[in-house]
Design a protein around this ligand. Structure first.
Ligand code: CP
Ligand code: NVA
Length: 321
């Protein structure tokens, strides 16, 4: 049996992504019904959750989610372990895989996650890196599915820093779900060509599509979902003043929302900066579903962890093949 990792959105096929989202809905309705970490005997109970960057939602949702599923979360905060400064990623993986059921890691370079997974026989899950935030997208898709009843065929617009982890994940996870994903940002801050190419390949198979544009109105026109993210991601603080100027035409305010479908929902992974990437009237207004989205981190990640443990032969989850 092969160990299943979740390092980027397309590590789940379209059918697998749908299965995880369905499991998330089932687990949201019955929070203690799936207990992959409660097994006595051979089953491992602890999940390591390692942070090289700060976090509120990811820390709390993985911590409570692992507890809900009968396990124990081991939270390792920035600077608390040897990883990255005194010990290689490879050696860290070889130690952790002998003790824990899964490794969840928030870090900078995506390559670190690839190296961790290559040296681990237990699942490795990306809890955000510079290039992707795939757990967030599972929560976002779950939220859209709850509010719209479906994903395939919907159009989803993302405005702002279109070269960051959220933009890449909206693109890849959205087309995996068969959505029409439109990404708008200024020249020089658009998704890398290889990510666009991968998204186009996936879209060709799912019936989705990709639009990458510098024109926010083109992305917004009639969109069913409107999303944005901070203009200053973790690690980019020194560029703050420049970024505030760069992205100012991509702010999601009431005028931007008026270009989307009248019943469009607004998403933001949070933390949000009102008056910059989003106006208070939007994030605190009736079309905003950001608090459902934040809660859904818990349900989506529980399902994801249960699914990768099941697929990796470490647990049995009723109803999964
Ligand atoms: N959205 C998100 O990942 O939030 P945190 O940085 O608080 O974990
Ligand atoms: N793009 C943001 C997302 C935070 C959840 C960052 O990387 O800081």
């Amino acid at each position: 049996m092969t160990t299943r990792h979740f390092l980027k959105d397309t590590d789940l096929s379209p059918a697998e992504q749908a299965e995880v989202l369905d499991l998330a809905l089932r687990m949201k309705a019955a929070p203690y019904s799936v207990q992959p970490l409660a097994a006595e005997g051979a089953g491992r109970k602890t999940v390591a959750v390692i942070f090289d960057k700060t976090s509120t939602r990811t820390r709390v949702s993985f911590s409570t989610g692992v507890s809900d599923m009968g396990g124990t979360p081991l939270i390792i905060n920035p600077g608390e372990s040897q990883i990255g400064h005194k010990e290689s990623v490879e050696d860290t993986a070889k130690v952790l895989e002998r003790m824990v059921a899964a490794i969840v890691w928030r870090t900078g370079a995506h390559q670190g996650l690839v190296d961790m997974a290559a040296n681990s026989r237990v699942p490795v899950v990306n809890a955000l890196c510079d290039d992707y935030h795939p757990c967030q997208l599972l929560a976002d898709l779950l939220t859209v599915k709850e509010h719209k009843g479906k994903l395939a065929g919907l159009s989803m617009a993302y405005l702002g820093d279109a070269a960051n982890n959220m933009a890449n994940s909206y693109l890849l996870a959205g087309v995996t779900a068969g959505m029409h994903v439109r990404i708008a940002g200024p020249e020089g801050y658009l998704p890398a060509p290889e990510i666009v190419a991968e998204a186009e390949d996936v879209a060709a198979a799912t019936g989705g599509s990709v639009l990458v544009t510098v024109d926010p109105a083109a992305a917004l026109e009639g969109a069913d979902v409107v999303a944005t993210d901070t203009w200053v991601s973790m690690g980019q603080e020194a560029e703050k003043a420049e970024r505030m100027q760069l992205f100012r035409d991509y702010s999601v305010d009431a005028a931007a929302m008026a270009k989307a479908a009248p019943d469009a929902v607004f998403l933001h992974c949070l933390p949000a900066y009102r008056g910059y990437e989003v106006a208070a009237e939007v994030i605190d207004g009736p079309q905003s579903v950001v608090w459902d989205e934040a809660e859904n981190r818990l349900h989506a990640q529980k399902a994801l962890l249960a699914w990768v443990l099941h697929q990796s032969g470490q647990a049995v989850v009723e109803g999964l093949a």
